[in-house]
Design a protein around this ligand. Structure first.
Ligand code: WQD
Length: 339
C-alpha cells in the first residue's frame, strides 16, 4: 500500500517513514528541502534497506501538486508534515507561515478528494491549547487564541480539514497534536537537524554539551512550578512516529466512527527544564553549563498530555523515557559532529 509523506525528510517525517516501512508500507516522500537535507534519504535507507521514492517538490506550487497526484493516483493515505514550525520565526514572518502552512494543506486536500482512498493524517501541535486551564491536557480542552502565527496555522489547518470532511464523505482524517518531540533514532542514522541556532531546548542542550554553544540559557526560573522552570511533555520521536502508523492503520481499516478525530500525543508526564537538564547529565555523564535568564515571550508555564484517548482508542502508548530520548539525542549529536 502506497503512502505519501509530505515533509518526509524532516525530523518527525523521516522517523515516521522508517516506521511505515517497518510495517510494510510503500512510501513516497515529497520534500522541498527548505528545512531538511537529501542525506536523510540515505539515513532512512540505511535503517530499513528500502529506499523510499523521493520527489523534490514545493507544495506551494499548485500545478505541481496536481501533476504529482495525477502520477500517483494509487495513494492509500497521506501523512502531512510539510510546514514551517518555528514559533519565533512565525512572529516575524507571518505571511510566509500562512502561505506555506495553509496553501499547501489546501492544495493537498484538493487533490486527495479525487482519489479512491482518502486517509489523511495531519501534523498538529499542543500549541493549539495555549496555557490550558487544566492539567493534564485532554483533547476536549478548549483551543485558545493562538499565541503565534505558527500555532494559528495549526488551528486553522484543523478547521480546514473539519470543513473538508463535512462535504467529502470519503475523506477520513486524524489530527495528531504533538507535545514536545525530542531524541533521535537509536541507529543514529537520522535525528534532528536544526538549521542555525536551535530554538528548541534539546538540540540546544546537546550543542552546548558538544561545545558548539557557550552555555544553555534557561528561560525563566520564577514560574509557579516546583523548581521555577517551565514544564513540558517530552516525547521520544520514535514513539511519536509509531503513533502515526497506528493512526493511519485506523483510517485504512475504517475503524474511526467520525471522519475527523483528534489525539494528543505525549507521555502524560511533565518534566521541567531543570529536570530535562538533569536527565541529560545522567545519561551523558556531563555537567551541562547553564544560566537561568529572563522568561521567553510566549512560553506557557506547563503543558503535558492526558493520554487515555490515544492509549485506549488508538491502542498506542509511549514506551521510551525522557532518559532514552536524551541519550539518543546525545548519541546523534556526537555522530553528526564526529566526536
Ligand atoms: C521547551 C522549554 C523553553 C530553549 C515549541 C512549539 C511546539 C513544538 C515544540 C513544533 C520551554 C525552554 C528552550 C532554550 C530554554 N514545535 N527553553 N532554553 O516552546 O515548548 O514548543 O517547540 O511543532 O509547537 O510551541 O519547545 O523546546 O522551544 O522549549 O529554557 O534555549 O524549554 O522556555 O520552557 P516549546 P522548546
Amino acid at each position: 500500500m502506497k503512502i505519501l509523506v509530505t515533509g518526509g525528510l524532516g525530523f518527525i517525517g523521516s522517523h515516521t517513514v522508517v516506521e511505515l516501512q517497518n510495517e510494510g508500507f510503500e512510501v513516497v516522500i515529497i520534500d522541498n528541502l527548505s528545512n531538511s537535507s537529501i542525506e536523510v534519504l540515505d539515513g532512512i535507507t540505511a535503517i530499513t534497506n528500502k529506499k523510499p521514492h523521493f520527489e523534490k517538490l514545493d507544495l506551494k506550487i499548485k500545478d505541481d501538486v496536481t501533476s504529482f497526484f495525477k502520477k500517483h493516483n494509487d495513494i492509500a493515505g497521506v501523512i502531512h508534515f510539510a510546514a514551517n514550525k518555528a514559533v519565533g520565526e512565525s512572529v516575524n514572518k507571518p505571511l510566509m507561515y500562512y502561505e506555506n502552512n495553509i496553501n499547501t494543506l489546501v492544495y493537498v486536500l484538493q487533490e486527495m478528494i479525487k482519489l479512491e482512498k482518502q486517509n489523511f493524517i495531519f501534523s498538529s501541535s499542543c500549541t493549539v491549547y495555549g496555557q490550558a486551564d487544566e492539567l493534564p491536557i485532554t483533547e476536549n480542552a478548549p483551543v485558545k487564541p493562538a499565541e503565534s502565527p505558527y500555532g494559528n496555522t495549526k488551528q486553522i489547518g484543523e478547521e480546514i480539514i473539519i470543513d473538508a470532511c463535512k462535504v467529502n464523505e470519503k475523506l477520513n482524517a486524524i489530527a495528531l497534536r504533538y507535545f514536545n518531540p525530542i531524541g533521535a533514532h537509536p541507529s543514529t542514522e537520522i535525528g534532528e537537524l536544526p538549521i542555525g541556532v536551535p530554538q528548541n531546548l534539546v538540540p540546544f542542550i546537546t550543542q552546548t554539551a558538544i561545545g558548539m554553544r557557550e552555555q544553555l540559557s534557561v528561560f525563566g526560573g520564577d514560574y509557579p512550578t516546583p523548581d521555577g522552570t517551565c514544564i513540558r511533555d517530552y516525547i521520544h520521536v520514535v514513539d511519536l512516529a509509531k503513533a502515526h502508523v497506528v493512526a493511519l492503520q485506523r483510517l485504512i481499516e475504517s475503524k474511526n466512527i467520525s471522519n475527523f478525530e483528534v489525539f494528543n500525543l505525549g507521555t502524560g508526564t511533565g518534566s521541567s527544564v531543570l529536570e530535562a537538564i538533569q536527565s541529560f547529565d545522567r545519561v551523558s555523564g556531563k555537567k551541562l553549563k547553564y544560566q537561568i535568564v529572563d522568561r521567553r515571550e510566549g512560553d506557557v508555564i506547563a503543558a503535558y498530555a492526558e493520554t487515555s484517548k490515544a492509549n485506549e482508542v488508538l491502542g498506542w502508548k509511549t514506551e521510551l523515557t525522557l532518559d532514552d530520548a536524551m541519550a539518543s539525542a546525545w548519541k546523534w549529536e556526537q555522530k553528526i559532529r564526529n566526536k
